[in-house]
Design a protein around this ligand. Structure first.
Ligand code: GLY
Ligand code: MN
Ligand code: MN
Length: 431
């Protein structure tokens, strides 16, 4: 791998916290992701399942982690299974992890080959009361594909029908939503790489460039800085495209007078950054564009201040809605009487601002977090207000990544990424 890994003590403490949370006699299993096929013999690049990564640091396919805190034999409290390597694999793909290397990364002393899983698991189920399965219960998830984890659950439920079944996901959602110092450093590193890409793009954009050429500038800077690439599909949306929230085609020519909404983040060591900046193709905002830009920027800054411990995301969204409504009136986009329509599900501001303001950020771009519960210090969240005006052929979003603090307002991890419109114009003028 090209990133500098975190130390095994981080993974050891994650496992300890997870094992503290499971009930007596509980046996938990975590699987890697599959390598997904394209067609013929082509495959997609491997992406490790973030849960087994969080608990072990192992970034290799066909790995399995077993946690059984009440195992009679202390060697069986934490067992890692990795793909058995051989000469053929070594020649064609490069060597896979040895058992010793897997111990060094994860801090797990008992490392076996994946082929040994069924027999040890069978033995340990005799001591176990319940099996903790790892289902995907992210609030936005709606997955059709059967994962390796799903196959394991199907198999184990059939083979061990009298064990109780428990969910690991609830515990992981809580643990993963609270970031540790090491994780904040990884996210900051991802943000710093994104910043390099954005500064490169400020130097590159001029009328006539294509959106995909801008994408390529980011790719260059990301890979050069030890990132695998984008943390999520990049949105490089000029002109009217900026009003399409999930525009990822990135195949239009950028015209003078238009804005480009750039929602792009590098990954680093499997941690995501998530940034949006909106810049003028010509290097200069029109007075109207700048007015809307300043409004979005101000809404972002005011929203950030609301992210203090104890805040509920639902109430926060309502507060941001109020700030947004008053900005839209100032911009002449809404009328005061529009606010009299009291439709809670569909407030008037949604005509120009139709998405949420914040999500958790971490190993996944839309990371784990129990969003019905109050926010806590060390949660990392995006702050991403936008105003989208199809009738004026532009949309503006500005997105920052912040860390909630006990006191004194959040830390802004993206504060060095140019956002001030004067600075953006200045940097673009020196092209
Ligand atoms: N680009 C994904 C997001 O901002 O949430
Ligand atoms: Mn985001
Ligand atoms: Mn984003």
């Amino acid at each position: 791998m090209r990133y500098i890994p975190l130390s095994s003590s981080f993974y050891r403490s994650n496992r300890a916290r997870f094992m503290d949370a499971i009930s007596q006699g509980g046996l938990a299993v975590f699987n890697s992701n599959d390598i997904y096929p394209i067609s013929a013999d082509s495959k997609m690049p491997f992406q490790q399942h973030r849960d087994i990564f969080y608990l072990s640091g192992i970034d290799q396919e066909e790995s399995v982690l077993l946690l059984f805190p009440d195992a009679k034999n202390s060697n069986h409290r934490e067992v890692l299974f990795v793909k058995k390597t051989n000469n053929h694999i070594a020649v064609w793909e490069g060597a896979k992890l040895s058992q010793k290397e897997a111990t060094n990364i994860s801090g797990i002393q008992t490392v076996l080959w994946t082929d040994d899983f069924n027999s040890l698991f069978n033995q340990l189920t005799k001591e176990a009361k319940s099996i903790y399965f790892n289902t995907n219960e992210h609030y936005r998830a709606n997955i059709e594909t059967q994962t390796r984890e799903d196959r394991f659950i199907e198999w184990a439920k059939k083979k061990y029908p009298t064990h109780q079944h428990e969910k690991s996901n609830f515990i992981l959602q809580r643990l993963r939503s609270l970031k540790h110092k090491e994780e904040i450093c990884q996210i900051q590193q991802a943000v710093n790489i994104t910043e390099k890409g954005f500064r490169r793009v400020l130097d590159f954009v001029k009328p006539g460039v294509w959106e995909y050429e801008i994408e390529a500038e980011f790719v260059y800077e990301f890979i050069k800085n030890r990132s695998k690439g984008f943390a999520y599909s990049p949105i490089i949306a000029s002109g009217q495209n900026s009003n399409v929230l999930h525009y990822t085609q990135n195949n239009s020519k950028c015209q003078s007078g238009d804005l480009i909404l750039i929602d792009v983040g590098a990954e680093y060591g499997n941690y995501a950054s998530d940034m949006t900046r909106t810049i003028p193709v010509s290097g200069k905002f029109t007075p109207r564009q700048r007015r809307v830009y300043d409004a979005v920027r101000k809404i972002g800054e005011e929203s950030m201040k609301l992210l203090v411990p104890g805040t509920l995301i639902k109430e926060y969204n309502q507060e941001v809605g109020k700030i947004m409504s008053s900005a839209l009136i100032d911009l002449g986009l809404l009328d005061k009487k529009d606010l009299n329509i009291k439709d809670k599900k569909n407030p008037a501001y949604k005509k120009y601002y139709m998405h949420g303001t914040s999500h958790h950020l971490g190993l996944d771009t839309h990371d784990y977090g129990l969003i019905e519960e109050p926010i806590e210090p060390n949660m990392v969240l995006s702050v991403e207000p936008g105003i989208y005006i199809p009738e004026e052929s532009f949309g503006i979003r500005i997105e920052e990544d912040i860390v909630v603090q006990e006191k004194g307002g959040p830390i802004n991890l993206t504060k060095n990424i140019p956002k001030d419109p004067d600075e953006i114009e200045f940097l673009m003028s020196s092209r």
